[in-house]
Design a binder for this molecule. Sequence first.
Ligand SMILES: Cc1cc2nc3c(=O)[nH]c(=O)nc-3n(C[C@H](O)[C@H](O)[C@H](O)COP(=O)(O)OP(=O)(O)OC[C@H]3O[C@@H](n4cnc5c(N)ncnc54)[C@H](O)[C@@H]3O)c2cc1C
Length: 421
Amino acid sequence: MPESRHVAIIGAGAVGVISAIEALREGHRVTLIDPGDPGGEQAASYGNAGWLSSHSVIPPAEPGVWKKVPFYLMDPLGPLAIRWSYLPKALPWLIRYLLSGWTQARVEKTAFALRDLLKDAPLLHRKLAEEAGVPELIERNGVMHVFPSRGNFDNDLGWRLRKRVGVEWMELNADEMRQREPELHPRYTFGVVVEEAGRCRDPGAYVAALAAHALSSGARLVRARATGLKLDGGKLVAVVTDTGSISCDAAVVAAGARSKLLTASVGDSLPLETERGYHVMIEHPEVGPRSSIMASDAKMVANWTDRGLRAAGTVEIAGLAAEPNWKRAEVLRDHLFSMFPNLPRDIPSSRIKMWFGHRPSMPDGRPCIGHARASRDIVYAFGHGHVGLVGSARTGRLVAQLLSGKPPEIPLEPFAPTRFL
Ligand SMILES: Cc1cc2nc3c(=O)[nH]c(=O)nc-3n(C[C@H](O)[C@H](O)[C@H](O)COP(=O)(O)OP(=O)(O)OC[C@H]3O[C@@H](n4cnc5c(N)ncnc54)[C@H](O)[C@@H]3O)c2cc1C
């Protein structure tokens, strides 16, 4: 039986709360630390698209992406936009981002690693949801990708790599797609259904329910902002917060895009950046998709949630502090109107909700899961970028295995924080 430890988990997003559940399962005592509500609007885990896409293994940067950088800088409303004012700060991260996608071999390494992390994730999430008493929030009925033409799909390196890592899918021609999705605009003439994937009907409610489950299983929640980690020699003694120190034997840094300060407090300077994303949600929409759809041209997911029809996606590099550019959310709304032409254009603004949040992103598209250099009492679990909801289930298990000194269930070398140090 591994030694039971008092573990402080910093951050109660999807990664933090699932780490808490798995650490409790291992017999550890858990304190969750977050200034906000678990699953609250401050967390990326609240406003994401809700896709549990175990096939989302392709990192954002692919070979040749550098050619698009001028467009990223010129178009503040494009699918990937970089704010000029933030460019000097983002540059080191952007260079690493471009280099990580420089060759197909590098992209492929990430694809295989992410496949290990994400495989079976819809099932793992379903089991967690059942445990937490909210099984209805996780559905495992597949998701659909739609393309203006078959050529768009054939030319996409990502789908060739997905085949190589073992993802399977069903291809649909225009008629078959129309039968499944009668409201979808006819400009989409080719579709792909990935049946292994799932979706979450309400990511915020899911995380809140998981947190409630952790608390009812013995975890404690402290409303505070962690500001540092205190070591005595190589041993962790406390997490320092804005309301005082919390003594503990081990800590997990799962503060999403705000984890950088905490790792720096123990000497690890890691290239974590925020890939800011937006969502727009139409409450009680008149029409929409029957399933959950990713449009290749809009780079956006349209997903039914219990709160409404949510369109989420695209990336803005502008740092943690800059004000949101709500025009980017309006672009998502307009894409939604264009994908589903029968959606009335005069929906009252009171039925349209907008949100923006911070994807915690490492330049190579792989999260950091592993020990701090300064102490094996500190486990890092952040940087999941575009796949943090789907990836949180196995990450929580890996965190618990690291805390207990057990062999991790998948190879952790591709996720080692030391790859950047
Ligand atoms: C528009 C958009 C769409 C997305 N779509 C998907 C999708 O369909 N599928 C998918 O898998 N992923 C998706 N993602 C990515 C996913 O949402 C994130 O990767 C994931 O939510 C990250 O989870 P997390 O727990 O690491 O961080 P978060 O959910 O951001 O949680 C971090 C928590 O840490 C707390 N915190 C911060 N600083 C401190 C501190 N100093 N002390 C204590 N607590 C602190 C915060 O309050 C917060 O509650 C999307 C993201 C966006 C923005």
